[in-house]
Write a protein that binds this ligand. Structure first.
Ligand SMILES: [Zn+2]
Ligand SMILES: [Zn+2]
Ligand SMILES: [Zn+2]
Length: 151
């Protein structure tokens, strides 16, 4: 990612936090930047390790968890429940509202692509679940795929 692009996304992330009343502290921003520069999803421990190595600090994993939690609430990062890893949102600098994400996960290189699920499909899924007598609590989809590069 080019620095200009990175700065644009970080600026937009700042706006999003200002809007919601959350504070994008330098630590939170540092973690988000690290996530944006990663090509693969990272576990909280991997984030902790990378952050501490690149900044020469010794932040505890627990603090990193809390930061990831915050960033997740702001929809700046997403948690993949299938792998328990985090990815930066691909739509931070977009002007549209954030839709229900669908993640395409490459089984070979672990790269992840975030696309939006069509409202119609999300509604249908929810209906199917309701028909079965269940209530859908998270409609995020994680699909195992092979990416363009790896196929
Ligand atoms: Zn997103
Ligand atoms: Zn977008
Ligand atoms: Zn791949």
């Amino acid at each position: 990612m080019k620095e200009q692009q990175l700065n644009k996304i970080l600026g937009k992330a700042q706006d999003i936090c200002n809007h919601s009343g959350g504070r994008l502290t330098s630590k939170r921003k540092g973690i988000l930047e690290l996530m944006l520069l990663s090509n693969v999803p990272l576990s909280a421990y991997e984030v902790t390790d990378k952050y501490n190595k690149s900044t020469g600090s010794s932040m505890a994993a627990m603090s990193v968890y809390r930061i990831l939690d915050f960033l997740e609430t702001e929809q700046l990062v997403h948690k993949l429940s299938s792998t328990n890893k985090y990815v930066a949102c691909s739509h931070i600098a977009c002007s549209h509202t954030h839709e229900i994400p669908q993640f395409l996960i490459c089984g070979k290189c672990q790269s992840v692509k975030e696309i939006a699920i069509a409202k119609r499909i999300a509604d249908e899924l929810e209906q199917e679940v309701a028909n079965a007598g269940y209530k859908l609590v998270n409609s995020q989809l994680e699909l195992q795929c092979i990416c363009e590069k790896c196929s």
